[in-house]
Design a protein around this ligand. Structure first.
Ligand code: DQQ
Length: 540
């Protein structure tokens, strides 16, 4: 990164400058990955003329920035082109459905199509002359109606699409029907709604295979799949999901478990991860998840940096064997950026010990660590009143000694540990099972002030009795994406160390519990920079 830009990421997707937020319309089309995203071409803060920027890739890692796909132009989107999705119609025809902020400030849904289907990069997009195709339904406020999903075709041949909204603080996903993708009719009832959850932004719905990790097209409906419904809750800026059954006759979604939109519910990620969207990647038969990771620094910092926001590393997403939750793992292509490797094997971490992982550039690294656990009989008792894992991580931060844990990694740390981001585990003994807590503690992440240093935490649904717990962290200057137990629990965080930048950054494994744990293996790789180029420079 340039000397005056220590927080600029090296392998996370971002434009050269300015504000970005939600990923829009990701797709794989004829050998090319497309990512559109919310972008303010005028500066580093959110703007009142948001557009769809457009980039393409052959591997989801290296990207070419193209000209903007959608900019405000007609009465139906003159005040912004907000989030939406792509659906590939039969005959290989991609259609964008997006939210326009119209001339009167109301949220409407619009269509756009590629100008030239034989252009391999689909550079130019034409807005449908009949826009808008949906306007806020009766009883729905003008600014509570947005973010259409990828549409799916039910067995009756009719297209369905969801649009996020709320009525009287009841968050919901409206369903629209169409035979031709142009004329849309709203169903009387929403697909699903939950009281007191407020505005539902960026809903997503997709099938997952019940057996195995293979992803399927959004329209697939058979006994081999179940459905995921995701909502981005505007009120608390988290992406929640629930597993359940989609009934194509009634067009309703029945969740397997209660859903309230609070800390008892499942999230894709328990850190900074919002407005996410998935797509089916037919090249590798997987479902891929993108999300926006906002900054945690101040508005003034963003103005000084000239940029704000990155996209997370795309993740493959599938149903866990338990059938009770999803699992996410960075797409395998990210491993092509791995350079120099250092390893540690069979190293005991006694009480209070710390081991430096030296010989790598710790500000830009992919690290995987497997801990081997001893007999857990003596674990601290878990108090059933501890229902909020984030609070628990806050109360028991990295400096508080336990029995089994805290143990984990100290990331973007100074040599003297005055700065460090601690990603760690604690293990407790519950009523009839052990409880594994994962924490991402940023309270000491920077000597700088004016940063959001909120600690994040979540439970990891594994049985540590079997002796192992693993952690992988992707570190990229100001973002750390961590995956516990091979992707069962994920926490993404933004951190801005003052001293522990570039070559001053160190990486350690630590154990601050009274009991020893063993690093059965640790592998860390320097990460090379991804190529993010403008189209012109790419041509050279
Ligand atoms: N961001 C978009 C909206 C969406 C929100 C505007 C979610 O369409 O509801 O940039 O971050």
């Amino acid at each position: 990164a340039p000397a005056n830009q220590p927080y600029l990421t090296s392998y996370h997707f971002r434009p050269p400058q300015n504000w970005i937020n939600d990923p829009n319309g990701p797709m794989y089309y004829k050998g090319v990955y497309h990512l559109f995203y919310q972008y303010n071409p005028l500066g580093p803060l959110f703007g009142d003329k948001m557009i769809w920027a457009h980039s393409v890739s052959y591997d989801l890692i290296n990207w070419i920035h193209l000209s903007h796909a959608l900019c405000p132009s007609g009465p139906y989107d003159i005040n912004s082109c907000w989030s939406g999705s792509v659906t590939i119609l039969p005959g290989d025809k991609p259609f964008i459905l997006y939210t326009g902020i119209d001339a009167s400030g109301q949220q409407v849904q619009n269509l756009a199509m590629p100008e030239n289907l034989s252009d391999p990069l689909l550079k130019d997009w034409v807005k449908f002359s009949g826009n808008p195709v949906m306007t806020p339904p009766n009883g729905v406020k003008d600014d509570m109606f947005r973010d259409p999903t990828t549409a799916w075709q039910a067995p009756d041949g009719r297209w369905r699409v969801l649009v996020g909204g709320q009525i009287d603080n009841e968050g919901m996903a409206f369903v629209y029907w169409s035979w031709d993708f142009i004329h849309w009719t709203k169903l009387d009832h929403p697909l699903y709604s939950v009281q007191e959850t407020g505005m539902w932004e960026c809903p997503d719905i997709f099938p997952v295979s019940i057996n195995g990790t293979i992803g399927v097209d959004t329209s697939v409906l058979n006994p081999g799949v179940k459905h995921v419904l995701k909502t981005s809750l505007f009120s608390d800026k988290h992406d929640y999901y629930v597993l359940g059954t989609y009934d194509p006759q009634m067009d309703i979604f029945s969740p397997d478990t209660d859903f309230h939109g609070n800390s008892n519910d499942l999230r894709y990620d328990y850190g900074k991860f919002y407005a996410s969207k998935t797509f089916f990647d037919s090249a590798k038969n997987r479902r891929v998840l993108w999300a926006w990771a906002n900054e945690s620094d101040s508005t003034q910092d963003d103005i000084d940096k000239g940029w704000s926001g990155v996209q997370t590393v795309p993740r493959a997403i599938w149903l866990d064997k338990s059938g009770k939750q999803l699992v996410q793992w960075p797409v395998e292509e990210i491993e092509t950026l791995r350079g120099k490797q250092v390893s540690i094997h069979d190293k005991e971490l006694g009480s209070g010990s710390i081991v430096e992982v030296s010989g790598i550039t710790a500000s830009q690294v992919d690290v995987e660590i497997d801990f081997e656990l001893p007999e857990l009989e003596e674990a601290e008792l878990f108090d059933p009143a501890w229902v909020d894992p984030q609070q628990l991580c806050n109360d028991k931060n990295a400096s508080i000694q336990g029995r089994f844990g805290p143990f984990g990694l100290l990331i973007l740390a100074t040599e003297d540990l005055t700065e460090k981001t601690a990603i760690f585990f604690r293990i407790f003994k519950g009523q009839n099972k052990y409880v594994v807590l994962m924490c991402s503690d940023h309270s000491r992440s920077s000597l700088k002030e004016d940063l959001d240093k909120t600690t994040y935490g979540a439970f990891v649904d594994i049985d540590p009795h079997h002796g192992k717990v693993s952690l992988r962290s992707l570190v990229d200057h100001s973002i750390v994406e961590s995956f516990a137990a091979r992707g069962k629990t994920c926490i993404t965080t933004r951190v801005y160390p003052k001293v522990a930048v570039e070559n001053e950054a160190h990486l350690f494994a630590f154990n601050n519990g009274t009991q020893s744990v063993v690093i059965s293996s640790l592998n860390a790789w320097n990460m090379n920079q991804a190529r993010l180029s403008e189209e012109e420079s790419f041509k050279l």
